[in-house]
Design a protein around this ligand. Structure first.
Ligand code: SF4
Length: 704
């Protein structure tokens, strides 16, 4: 009430957290957000979760970076194993003017490029930034650094899903929006915990269940949504392919396939059929821990319903066999014809607010904007014409590959905008040592993150409500985020910083603002050619593909064909590949990492939001009560977790949603950075690390 009365300005925008893309209204007073309300957007219809509603005050946090910082000449050498100590930051850095900081930041990168070649530099952009920021960042790397060494955290979340989707159906985005669950008879949610990570999407799923949709939840961890499930399949971690191939075996054996669909719209079915013949439910049941009869029942249900939809998350993608996992889901949909109609299809739930848009805009090392491959001569020629420079035909390095290239002395300088690899990369001790070994690191962020701590130049950027831009949600909905606040102190908007950096790298860039950048994007990205900035301003949200002005956009795609050369989708069979690191006598437990409802990714925003941090203030490990008792521990005890790569101490929480022998830890706590323990082994196709499986041991005690 009091806050309502105080607010004197209302700004229509979107939520800065997850890929659901809820529209909201910022109520602003005295350059502060007083409160937030849900708006009637296509994805949320007024609903918000705890993050969207209460996670806004990070923008006004006293730890905001407000002045450019330059590492002191007499600062001690950077050490990747040095824990960040914000109270001593001014011993390492000094304040600088923007002119000096940009000259040092851009000049240092230009020198490395000129003396060591174009491969000496790499850039990480951000899935939290706008489409326009992502587009300009990748353009800066490709035209200013001279290589395709540009990536972002999509590599850590759905890179394997994207690889499988591009290969199988020619498009990496979802086929149907989340809200289509209401039109589905059967919904499979696998390897995803929407109540925590896509909370408003979870509410639509719950509403659908109330309306009669049968929900099948498949997950090694029993999520909140499984309480509403018609069937809950708690399969053994790492056995996704066994489970899914067994389902396909049943569909083939019982002739539940859609022969017309397969004949008219796919290729490669015979090979898939041969492959799944070996995966009978009886053989797979002991491997995946699900009774054969349950596998049969769920397979029949999915195949024979009028409309079945699959939604999945990181539990599918973050494995060395993540691409194979996604290939199986695609094959399931294709062999049963459960795609191309309302209430069907494939929906990889995108994590960050703009991971879809950042990927679309080309913030990936093998693709230009709109997934045009850098090694395709015709695509390269198009972008060379559009950007007026010769481009490197070789795909660039991915997130984890960059860290190894630093160790080998190949990459020497980096520009990181709005990402925190010192916390988010697997084997974080190695990642931190790599970042510390860089000759020149420029970090653009709103807080002194663990990554910024290792920088040579820190450029103070703008928080989400301090700038205007477009953002693309998990449903392919391009939406407007509008500026509600002024950046504090000398902090500047990211688009301005990228343009100034480009100038220091010798590029003659002039952009008046996001509208001009978006208009350039439309000219190079056929999928959004029909979306004008003016239309976005007027309608707030437009779905792509939107090919020409006046095109309403397509919420459901692949209705008549798939965007591959032949117009047909392709089956790709998969066989069982075990996790890279299995438990053994020394490290007997499985570590699964993920997120919590109240915190977002590495925690740099939500841990500085008072309400959210009050709800979940301490680092926790979720351990099965019997495993905790076997250790002699009780809830609340300090536990040390250790892998071959690192160790952290955190509080034990008894949690019987995890299977015995598996420990779940959120990756948002800097004081117990769990990625020090995770394994950097990569899926060979998506180059995504295996965050969902590595071997650890737990002991009671330790120092927090
Ligand atoms: Fe924000 Fe996602 Fe929550 Fe919606 S569901 S309010 S987009 S965090």
């Amino acid at each position: 009430g009091a806050a309502l009365a105080e607010a004197d300005q209302q700004v229509a925008s979107v939520c800065p957290y997850c890929g659901v893309g809820c529209q909201l209204t910022y109520h602003v007073s005295d350059n502060r957000i007083a409160h937030v309300e849900g708006r009637d957007g296509p994805a949320n219809h007024g609903r918000l979760c705890v993050k969207g509603r209460y996670g806004f005050d990070y923008a006004n946090h006293p730890q905001r970076l407000t002045v450019p910082l330059v590492r002191r000449a007499d600062a001690p050498p950077k050490r990747g194993d040095a824990e960040m100590d914000p109270s001593r930051v001014m011993e390492l850095f000094r304040e600088a003017s923007w002119d000096e900081a940009l000259a040092l930041a851009g000049g240092g990168l230009a020198r490395l490029r000129d003396s060591h070649g174009k491969g000496a530099l790499a850039g990480f952009g951000s899935a939290k930034g706008s489409n326009e920021e992502a587009y300009l960042f990748q353009k800066l790397v490709r035209t200013g650094f001279g290589s395709n060494n540009v990536d972002h955290c999509t590599r850590l979340c759905h890179a394997s899903s994207v690889a499988a989707l591009l290969e199988g159906i020619g498009s990496a985005a979802v086929s149907n929006p989340v809200r289509d669950v209401a039109k589905a008879e059967v919904v499979i949610v696998i390897g995803a915990n929407p109540s925590v990570n896509h909370p408003v999407a979870a509410t639509w799923i719950k509403n659908a269940v109330r309306g009669g949709t049968r929900l099948i939840v498949c997950d090694p961890r029993r999520s909140e949504l499984s309480r509403l499930a018609h069937r809950y399949l708690q399969f053994t971690p790492d056995t996704d392919v066994a489970l899914l191939n067994a389902m396909m075996h049943v569909i083939v054996a019982e002739d539940l396939v859609d022969r017309d669909f397969i004949a008219a719209r796919t290729v490669g079915y015979a090979e898939l059929e041969r492959n799944v013949a070996a995966y009978s439910p009886e053989l797979m049941a002991p491997i995946c821990g699900v009774p054969a009869e349950t596998i049969r029942y769920v397979a029949r249900l999915y195949a024979s319903s009028k409309a079945s939809m699959i939604l999945w998350g990181m539990g599918i993608s973050q494995h060395v066999h993540g691409t194979d996992n996604a290939r199986c889901l695609i094959a399931l949909a294709l062999m049963t014809g459960q795609i191309g109609r309302p209430g069907t299809g494939l929906h990889p739930l995108r994590g960050q607010n703009n991971v879809q848009g950042a990927s679309d805009a080309g913030l990936i090392p093998m693709m230009y904007p709109d997934y045009q491959r850098v090694d395709n001569p015709a695509a390269r020629a198009r972008f060379e014409r559009a950007w007026g420079v010769a481009l490197d035909p070789r795909p660039g390095l991915t997130v984890v590959e960059v860290m190894h290239a630093i160790t080998r002395g190949e990459v020497r300088g980096m520009y990181i905008m709005g990402e925190n690899p010192a916390m988010s990369d697997p084997d974080a001790n190695h990642a931190r040592a790599s970042l510390a070994a860089l000759q020149h690191l420029v970090v653009q962020d709103i807080f002194l993150t663990e990554t910024a701590y290792l920088a040579d130049v820190i450029l103070p950027a703008s928080a989400f409500p301090e700038k205007t831009g477009s953002f693309t949600n998990t449903d392919r909905l391009v939406q407007m985020g509008r500026q509600a606040l002024q950046p504090p102190g000398q902090a500047r908007q990211d688009l301005w910083i990228i343009v100034e950096m480009a100038k220091r790298l010798g590029l003659d860039w002039r952009y008046s603002g996001p509208a001009e950048v978006f208009e350039e994007m439309r000219r190079t990205m056929p999928s959004i050619a029909g979306i004008s900035w003016e239309r976005l301003e007027r309608e707030h949200a437009v779905t792509y593909p939107c090919l020409h002005e006046g095109d309403p956009g397509e919420a459901v795609v692949f209705t008549a064909s798939f965007p591959r050369e032949t117009g047909r989708a392709r089956f790709v069979p998969a066989d069982i590949i075990p996790a890279d690191e299995r438990p053994d006598a020394d490290y007997p437990l499985v570590l699964i990492t993920g997120r919590q409802l109240e915190h977002w990714h590495t925690g740099s925003m939500t841990r500085r939001s008072a309400v959210l941090d009050a709800l979940e203030p301490d680092p926790v490990a979720l351990v099965h009560p019997l495993d905790l008792a076997a250790l002699g521990g009780r809830p609340g005890d300090v536990l040390t977790l250790e892998s071959r790569r690192g160790r952290v101490a955190l509080y034990a929480r008894a949690d019987d949603s995890s299977p015995r022998g598996a420990v779940f830890v959120p990756f948002c706590y800097y004081e117990a950075a769990i990625n020090k323990l995770t394994n950097a082994a990569l899926d060979p196709f998506g180059k995504i690390p295996e965050f969902k499986y590595c071997a650890v041991r737990a002991t009671l005690g330790g120092t927090l």
